[in-house]
Structures are given as structure tokens and as C-alpha cells.
Design a protein around this ligand. Sequence first.
Ligand code: ADP
Ligand code: MG
Length: 705
Amino acid sequence: MNKPIHILDSSIEFLKGVGPTKGDMLKKELGIFTFGDLLLHFPYRYVDKTQFHKIRSIGPDSDTVQLRGILRRLNSVGDGRKKRLVGTFRDDTGAIELIWFKGAYWLERSLVVGQEYIVYGRINSFKGKINIAHPEIEPAGVKNTSQASTFEPVYPSTEKLNGKNLDAKGQRKLTKVLLEKLQPEDIPENLPDYLLEKFRFPSRYEALKGIHFPKTQQELDQVRNRLKFEELFFLQLRLLQIRRRRKDAIKGFSFTMIGEHFNRFFNEKLKFELTGAQKRVLKEIRRDLGSGVQMNRLLQGDVGSGKTIVGLMSMLMAMDNGYQATLLAPTEILAQQHYQSITENVEGLGIEVGFLSGSVKGKKRKILLEALVEGKIHILIGTHAILEDPVQFKNLGLAITDEQHRFGVAQRARLWKKSKTFPPHILVMTATPIPRTLAMTLYGDLEVSVIDELPPGRKEVKTIHRTENHRLRVIGFMKEEIAKGRQVYVVFPLIEESETLDLKNLDQGYENLLRDFPMPDYQISIVHGRMKPADKDFEMQRFVKGETQIMVATTVIEVGVNVPNASVMIIENTERFGLSQLHQLRGRVGRGAEQSYCILMSSFKLSKEARERIQTMTSTNNGFEIAEADLKLRGPGNIEGTQQSGLINFKIADIAKDGRILQTAREVAARILDNDPKLEKPIHQRLQLWLSKNTKQYKIWSMIS
Ligand code: ADP
Ligand code: MG
């Protein structure tokens, strides 16, 4: 016997009005396979048919309008293929032309001149004349005004769908048919009653009906709120559950000792006072490391906020407890810079620091790997090369990755396997601040630490926007700064899609600079992604050592390089960079005691979005504010590191805008799990049921670091 299937699981072609052809189309174009999928295919906007416009108030910029008036004239114009039907429609304020190119024959016979109609459509303006092509038109008598007051849902459509009568109107019809079939018991509630009461939420049944056919704006707001909450709440519930389970299941090394390495470094080597934020974060890390549970912590801190020292001191805690530590950086240059500074920092403390990257080969590599597995190397610094299987530690206790978003999720998971007993503690450091809302979603199962304070004495980088006609003055300014002994970065955009053209631009820019800054008075380095690592490194080192005054580069310098004497950052074609990239680049200057400058060069004409990006850059130095602005401008899907997660493909919630709902959802979820960790209590039965039915939807994220 066949198991009776739930109505929402019925195949879409069995819905009245669909059938096999349209069914196929819905599957292919919209991923709608079942009645349930159609129910969850939400409108992306609504047409407000509660309002009528007056013809006099319509201008060329008007969008869609609804009019009530009398059809005054109706004529066929032209013949053959060019034949069209033209009407004149008048209300008490003016007249407007209506045009139909198709269906004229039928309309000419059904429309009656002199009768009152309701017309709905999009305003076209053509050579200063305004009309509506293919308006919806129906006799005003059919629906009286109060009945006509509805919000009509508009669904995403495609050319192919339109061709099969599955445009917004066609989809609307199907949704209506479906909703008429569904009884309240077909759409079970998934939130506990006490939450519905607390937030005055409509039931799930009402919400799903209301989201398709709301009667008032107020109803729409209410049902939307409920559905957004529901979506964010279940995700948070899942993420927090994963985090709890991991804490219960995965034990970690317990670093209980603060010993000689840490203390000697602190007393003898540390040249400055730690900032309050650094101290706080170190405490948080220390607590994690000593807890007996594996640490999974994300450390966010603006460029220059001093994350490295926090990372180093965490590694010293591992040493003090007899364990090894490793630090991974996304590029060779950055890894080497870490290697140099950490080697200097721990000099005389009896700590052996190793370096590993793709460029360490042959005998050197062999010796290094042996020393590592024997425990003779205490700290290993390097690139992705560390993740390769032959790289074995004696006892890896802590793994740190710098500039987190450059590492893929899978790569990070490999770090876990580098330790045979417990997984190493993990610290992920990032200088791309992620807005809180996004962090809660993407890293909902990680602990987050924030360094929100720069070391004292830093001068804020002055950011200035200049267009091409200021070029000479900019060159003059560069010369002044170089004369004071400073160094300058000049950065060009380079994206894969237009790489050839971009490299040409870079070459041209380099040529121009050679002309404006002639040798032997000036020396210029150039670095770009197409160069061999060794050449890149050579050029980079010349700049680091101060042998060259100008570094021309593509975005390869974006991450991490530290040249405190560089005080000017010129960014060419600023309009082509994203906000977070610009902020990263700016972070390369302002690292020394001198006043630093970031000059954003752009063409005179700018898109609205580019203008806003530039304005954001000139108005704030705060990475978190910039991240928020970026999220608003580009939407969450474009923020680096988010795409692969799949976690942000929300049906209805928008984490750029729904931060408050998210916050509430997270708090509610946390409280529920505190009281009922396994969701066993009868009042939480619905939650348990819903999660168990929908686990696939919430990708397991527990091994992300
Ligand atoms: P980021 O967070 O961008 O990785 P770094 O760790 O590279 O920043 O630190 C930037 C610079 O600030 C380094 O030269 C570092 O030595 C210095 N620094 C870090 N912490 C402090 C502090 N508390 N006081 C003064 N200088 C500091
Ligand atoms: Mg750094």
C-alpha cells in the first residue's frame, strides 16, 4: 500500500492549472517541485492596489499606477503587423493614452467607450509623451473600491516562464488555487505557543497565507516579521545546538600553566604596554585554553590593532604547557614577515621557530620536517604548505590562521587532523571585520573576540578623494613626503576577468611614475601577481629595507605587509575596488608615528554606488562601520567569505536589514537551549520536530575553522 503523502509533498504538476508542461517549467526555472515549494516561493514585492492615482499627478518618472476613470475613445491605428489599439482614458484631473499591440481584436470588442474602468500599469514616457502600454483594465463596477483594496503579490519570473503563462499574474493564480486547497492543519505550527503569544505572531498558516495575499500593509508587516523571525531563529537554534554539542563531545588540551616562556616574554621582551582590548582578548583566550574544551575562536581586529602579538602570546601559552604551535598566513610575503618578527620577538627565550612554504624544498625541507615531528621546532610559521599531509607535528596544541577569509573552509578543517589525540585549539584572526549580524550567522558556532582599540599614539590616516585633474598636485605631494624620508604605495586594481587590460594599466602607470620620479633620485619597486614568488619577494624586500621609495603594486599587498615608514597610499581607479578592499589597503599605512595619507584617485564621473563607497572611506576609519556600510551597499551575498557558506540564502530575512530580529532570535534560541538543551520538554516538541525534518537545510558548520 502506498503511504499517503502529505499534501505539501504532492508533485507540482498535480496542482489544478499546472500539468506536465508548466510543471517542468516550474521545476527548471524556479526549483518548484512540490506544492510546498510553491507555498514557500514568496513574492519579492507587492503592488499596492489600495491607492488610486490622479492622472495630473503622473510624470515621466512615475512607476506603476492605478487609475479610475472613463474610457473616452478607442481606435485601431495602422494595419497588418503594426496594428495597435489606442485608447484615451480620462479622470477628473486629466487624460492619458492607453496602447495595446497584442490582443487588440478581442479588446476592441469587449471594451465600451463611455464606461468607467480601473486601469493598472506601468508608465512609459516616449519623447515627452506619457502612456501606458498593455495596462490591465477592468470595469470599475466589477469590484467596488473596498474589495479592490489588496496588495497584489509579484513573483520573480523569467522570459521562459512568461512565455508559458507563468508570469507574475500566472503564478499568482496558481498560488491562489493552492491556498484555497490548504486547510490550517496542512500547515502545522513550528513555534511553541508561548513564543507566538509573546511576540503576538500570527500562526504559521496565517503567515503563509498572508505573505502571498496580505490585505493591509499592517498584516503584511506582521506576517513578514514572523517569517523572518522563524527563518533566523531556526538557524540560530541549530548553530547554537552544534556549538553546545561540540563543547560536550570534543575535549581539548588543557593549558593550565602560565610559565617561563610567557612570563619572560612579557617581562623582558614586550616593548609596549598592551592595549585594554588586547588584554581582554588574551584573557578570553587563556580561559578557553585552560577549559579542557577545544577552543574555536575568531579574533576580529582592525588593521594595525595588534593581533599578531596576541597570537604570539597565545602560542607561548602552548609552549609553557609543552605543546607546539603553528601560524598560517595566506601569502609567502606575509608568512615571512611573521617569521621575521616572531623570531626577533622570542630571541633568547630558547624557542625554536621554523618556516615552511612551497619555496622550502629538498634537504632543507627534510630537516625541517624531521625536527618538527621530533618536537625540536616549537613554532612553525608558513603558508598553506603546512596543511600538506607529510607535515607532521609531535604535539600540535594551537593553530592560528591569519587573515581568515583567504583560507577555504576545507583547508582549515585539515588543521584539525594535525593532532592525533585532541584537535588543536584554533584561533582565526581576521582584519576584515564582519558586521555583527553576519558574524552571528556565519560564525554562529564560534566564539568571537574583538580588538576594538588601536595602540596609543597612532594618528588616524587622512583620507582624501582626488580626480585625474589633480594628478600634478598629487605627484607634488608624493615628492614632498619622499623628501621627508617617507615611502609611498601606488596600487592598481587587478581582477581576473580583465587581467590583460589591468596589467597594461599597471605597466602604463609604472611608466608614468618612472617619468615623474626619474632615477637615480628615485627608486621604484613593482610587484604583481604574475611575477615569480622569488622576484616578488626581492622587490618587496627592497621596499621593506627602504631601498626604494615607491612601491607600485596590484592588490597583492592588501594583506598584512608591515612597512611602518610608508606613509602614503595612492589608490588608482578607486571606483573599481570594494569597500573592504579599500579599507585593507588603507591599513598598510598609518603604522608608524608619522601622519599618514590615503589618496583615492578616481575618474570624475562616478556611479552612485562608487561615490558612496568613496564617501564612506573619507568619512570613517572604523573597520566595523565600513563593514556595515559594505553590507548595506552590496548585500550579504557579496561579502567575502560568505558565498561558499550557503547560510545566507535566506528566503525572506535580510541580514543587512534585519539585525534586530536576528539578535532577538539568537537570544531566544540561547535561552531555550539553556533551559532545555536537548529540546525534550513537551513545550519544545514542535522545535525538535522541525529541526529533525529540516536538518539538511542547516549545513553542519562545526568544522569551519
Ligand atoms: P594587525 O592587527 O593588523 O595584524 P599587527 O599585529 O601587525 O596588527 O600590529 C601592528 C603594529 O602595532 C606592529 O608593529 C605591532 O608591533 C604594534 N603594536 C601592537 N600592539 C601594540 C601596543 N599595544 N602598543 C604599541 N604598539 C603595538
Ligand atoms: Mg596582521
